[in-house]
Design a protein around this ligand. Structure first.
Ligand SMILES: Nc1ncnc2c1ncn2[C@@H]1O[C@H](COP(=O)(O)OP(=O)(O)OP(=O)(O)O)[C@@H](O)[C@H]1O
Ligand SMILES: [Mg+2]
Length: 238
């Protein structure tokens, strides 16, 4: 049993994801920037939550904390039972590797690794054989229309193609939670719709939870709930 499953067994009947009075500040040149100022949010399995808000509002910071990539300053994040802040650095990294898929705003693809290697990276150290990994990566990239681009470096791919590699990487470990930061930011309408379809398929088919951050145009009708981030808090939208 992996660590995340052990935690789930140890905490039956838990909420899926819950933030309580979450706060995050950065200190730059001795000046404190209070970005998240008391976020309370409870998310169920299978929800699609959209966080909208102006540039600089703190959306990426929030997703970074939810994804265990950054530690909050105060408050707690409960994910599938345990409080993330109680986990050691290693436990948090493992939880992320096994249960969370992140699509970064700038993709964060490794520039010297091919599309194939970037996606395969998400499957290392989770006990999957090389053959199974190869099968999985090829299927994912094929499904995303990149079957012919496995050996290309990110610099040899268009922005939309890089974005799809980032999505394949985020979906590779079959996460319970997908955090998508501006997943359709730079794309034309048709490509954006394709990307959205790829993101909502695991929600519909497997009850995955999707949280999307956007400062632009995003089809809000797919969301179960929409929030506007303002002054470091989440304001529910009708
Ligand atoms: N590592 C950091 N150090 C200092 N300040 C930071 C850091 N990361 C983010 N910030 C600050 O936090 C604020 C929120 O940034 P964040 O990237 O979360 O905004 P955002 O809502 O994602 O914006 P955008 O819509 O442009 O992506 C900004 O004022 C930014 O300068
Ligand atoms: Mg951002």
């Amino acid at each position: 049993m992996n660590i995340a499953d052990e935690m789930a067994v140890a905490h039956p009947g838990h909420v899926f994801l819950e933030c309580k009075d979450l706060r995050k500040s950065f200190t730059v040149k001795r000046k404190e920037i209070r970005v998240l100022r008391g976020i309370n949010l409870s998310v169920n399995r299978g929800e699609i939550v959209v966080i909208a808000g102006k540039t600089g509002a703190g959306k990426s910071t929030f997703l970074g904390v939810l994804g265990g990539l950054e530690r909050q300053t105060e408050g707690s994040v409960i994910f599938e039972g345990p409080c993330m802040e109680d986990l050691s650095h290693e436990e948090l990294a493992l939880l992320r590797r096994q249960k969370i898929g992140v699509i970064f705003q700038n993709f964060n693809l490794l520039p010297s690794w091919t599309a194939y290697e970037n996606v395969e990276a998400a499957l290392l150290h989770i006990g999957m054989s090389k053959t199974a990994r190869r099968e999985k990566v090829k299927t994912l990239l094929n499904n995303l229309g990149l079957g012919e681009r496995l050996d290309n470096l990110p610099s040899e791919l268009s922005i939309g193609q890089q974005q799809r590699v980032a999505i394949a990487r985020a979906l590779a470990n079959e996460p319970a939670l997908i955090l998508a930061d501006e997943p359709t930011g730079e794309l034309d309408g048709e490509t954006a719709q394709e990307i959205i379809d790829h993101l909502i398929t695991p929600v519909r088919e497997k009850g995955v939870t999707l949280i999307v951050a956007t400062h632009g145009i995003f089809p809000l009708d797919i969301a179960t709930r929409v929030f506007y981030m303002k002054d470091g808090t989440l304001v529910p939208q009708q």
